[in-house]
Design a protein around this ligand. Structure first.
Ligand SMILES: NC(=O)c1ccc[n+]([C@@H]2O[C@H](COP(=O)([O-])OP(=O)(O)OC[C@H]3O[C@@H](n4cnc5c(N)ncnc54)[C@H](OP(=O)(O)O)[C@@H]3O)[C@@H](O)[C@H]2O)c1
Length: 253
């Protein structure tokens, strides 16, 4: 059974750790607040306060701390990751930086999203080495894996990493429309979640424009809403929002 170390089992680290557990990996996890390790144990992880100890036990190491803590964590594990695959998911931390921090390790840079909780992450990964297949197997537990040139990482970060958060902003507006239409809050929560989930499933088989044309009967309600969306610049606003996220990711590195 392969062993994964998740250094920094917060929101994203836990999602990846849980995905690995579902795939039959053993997971050793760390966090900053060492007095709360039992929360990690309840999830099925072996918890320790030592990043070094966790990394020394692992076949693959994931660094999932905030970007400004990567240097510190790398300093703690260098020496026990010689020849091991180490995957950083920290936004803006380049492969060059990772190689300089961990010269003996085989480093990768990945960008998953919280869809990992359901095996639905669109995960980009850059880097290469003898353990590439093992890294892909691990990340595939969390969803689909796309090997990309690192230059495209900011685009992936803005579109796929920030994607669920940006769509959640739209879903919140959807909720308001639902409540304003007189439906109960609880019913609206279910309705919005199901509409988003159903749309996602439908988009696996059809391009967005095809799906839109399937639903928009001439003279019907959907086209009425779509015309208003266009008139109010709704589509342009979404494009601008996503491109702003991509630009911000580019400034981070
Ligand atoms: N959230 C996303 O959707 C997403 C998507 C893609 C990539 N990322 C990247 O993932 C990383 C983590 O983001 P997040 O949203 O998961 O943040 P988060 O929930 O704050 O998780 C960060 C984790 O790091 C732990 N930590 C702090 N200091 C540590 C140390 N010295 N050693 C080990 N662990 C330590 C924290 O411990 P405590 O829990 O005890 O505070 C926490 O569990 C970031 O670099 C981000 O760029 C996030």
């Amino acid at each position: 059974m392969p062993v994964l170390a998740v250094l920094g089992a917060g929101r994203m680290g836990r999602a990846l750790g849980l995905a690995a557990l579902r795939c039959g990996w053993r997971v050793v996890a760390t966090r900053g607040r060492c007095d709360r390790l039992e929360e990690l144990e309840r999830l099925g992880f072996e918890a320790t306060c030592s990043n070094r100890e966790a990394a020394s036990k692992a076949d693959v190491v994931i660094i999932a701390v905030k970007p400004w803590l990567v240097e510190r964590v790398a300093g703690e594990i260098s020496g026990v990751v010689k020849g091991k695959p180490v995957v950083s998911i920290a936004a803006g931390v380049s492969l060059e930086k990772l190689r300089s921090l961990l010269p003996d390790a085989e480093v990768y840079r990945a960008m998953p999203n919280l869809g990992a909780l359901y095996g639905l992450s669109a995960t980009a990964v850059a880097g290469s080495g003898p353990s590439k297949k093992l890294v892909e197997e691990l990340l595939a537990c969390a969803g689909e894996v796309f090997w990309i040139d690192e230059a495209l990482m900011p685009a992936w970060t803005g579109l796929a990493g920030s994607g669920p958060g940006i769509l959640a902003g739209l879903a919140d507006a959807y909720m308001e429309a639902c409540i304003a239409s007189g439906l109960a809050r609880e019913a609206c929560s279910r309705l919005v979640a199901l509409v988003f989930e159903a749309t996602g499933r439908l988009l696996r088989d059809k391009r967005p424009a095809e799906l839109r044309d399937d639903v928009a009967t001439p003279g019907g309600t959907t086209i009425e809403g779509l015309v208003e969306l266009e008139r109010r610049g709704g589509r342009a606003a979404l494009i601008d929002a996503l491109l702003a996220a991509v630009r911000k990711a580019g400034r981070l590195g």
